[in-house]
Design a protein around this ligand. Structure first.
Ligand SMILES: [Fe+2]
Ligand SMILES: [Fe+2]
Length: 352
């Protein structure tokens, strides 16, 4: 049910607070709201604290909170976004219904949801665990499809720390941006397929033993043989859960192919590599270059893009130059420290 928008609320309040919808309130533990709640008092035209986060509500208060919310007078502070988003990521479709979230907040929530669902699927790569990931991909593409410029808010949130989920989401955000730059017209279905392909390109790595994925010293040749199988393993894994389409096959198989034929597993070159494969290769390498590893800091983004664009033998120049130019011109705007926001500790319970 859509809550009432209270037209008497002064505009400046929305800079610091957002009106909470009944759907999102319903996703909270009913008796212990995880965020501070504020009530708009029409008689004095101010927001007054209603209850502190994690405080225990009585049955009467639970009903009162629901009523205040329905009247359009219940607010949360935007400083509690990181807590709020931990709840909403489990019901991502709510972001499409909520009129009160800003573009940056929606991108942040979608990225967190996709990272969480991807990590779940890596841990248990079966169809039942893929389904919620797929639903969240479709929520994200529905949101971006409505306005292609929204992809910039995703690119501003690239992770610098490395793990497989963060890398997958990085590649989806940046790969979709590159793809959108180079297609004039597209259908929603095309965007859905690209998003799935980019996100899942490295899924075969979940079958590579963790000690090899994280190994800091150079791989021995028999170890390398295991790692370079991941494109093929990824395709098989997706086929097992009955997901197989052109873009996904290409992204999985071709993201380690290089324009000069020096890549793997097929050693194909130039336009033998599909456009999807070339986009995935560029963003895969870029994400790896900017990410911090235990043995090395991540490269500066502009520097990484410059290096990639200079590597004309191995990468598609048209794509890598597009990325470098956009970064050099500051087209994406101010980047956000996504790792810090993801790593923020959960708040300690506070009982009043
Ligand atoms: Fe890979
Ligand atoms: Fe990758």
């Amino acid at each position: 049910m859509a809550e009432k928008m209270n037209s008497s609320i002064p505009g400046h309040i929305n800079d610091e607070f957002y009106q909470i919808s009944s759907e999102i309130l319903g996703s909270f533990p009913k008796y212990r709201p995880p965020v501070d709640l504020f009530r708009f008092r029409e008689d004095i035209m101010v927001l007054a604290p209603y209850c502190r986060k994690e405080s225990r509500l009585t049955n009467e208060q639970v009903m009162e909170v629901a009523r205040i919310c329905e009247e359009g007078n219940l607010f949360v502070s935007r400083t509690d976004h990181h807590i709020y988003s931990r709840h909403i990521i489990r019901q991502l479709d709510l972001v499409l219904q909520d009129q009160n979230l800003k573009e940056a907040e929606i991108a942040d929530i979608c990225i967190r949801a996709l990272g969480m669902r991807y990590a779940d699927f890596c841990g248990q790569p079966v169809k039942a665990v893929f389904d919620p990931l797929y639903r969240d991909i479709l929520v994200t593409t529905e949101y971006i499809f409505a306005d292609r410029h929204r992809i910039n808010a995703f690119v501003r949130r690239l992770f610098r720390k490395h793990d497989q989920a963060r890398h997958a989401v990085n590649c989806m955000s940046l790969g979709l941006w590159l793809w959108l730059q180079s297609v004039a017209e597209y259908r929603r279905k095309d965007m859905d397929r690209m998003a799935v392909a980019l996100l899942m390109h490295d899924i075969g790595m979940c079958k590579v033993p963790a000690f090899l994925v994280n190994k800091q010293s150079p791989l021995k040749s028999e170890e390398r043989e295991k790692v370079i199988l991941h494109p093929v393993i990824g395709v098989k894994l997706m086929q097992k859960i009955e997901l197989s389409f052109e873009e996904l096959l290409r992204a999985c198989y071709e993201h380690h192919e290089r324009m000069d034929g020096s890549g793997y597993p097929q050693k194909i070159r130039s336009t033998q590599i599909s456009r999807t494969g070339r986009i995935t290769a560029a963003v895969d390498s870029f994400s790896a270059m900017i990410s911090e590893r235990p043995y090395a800091g991540g490269k500066d983004m502009l520097e990484a893009a410059r290096e990639l664009a200079a590597d004309t033998r191995r990468y598609d120049q048209e794509l890598t130059k597009m990325l470098f130019s956009a970064l050099a011109a500051g087209d994406f705007g101010q980047f956000t420290d996504m790792d810090a926001s993801l790593d923020a500790p959960a708040p300690a319970p506070c009982n009043l």
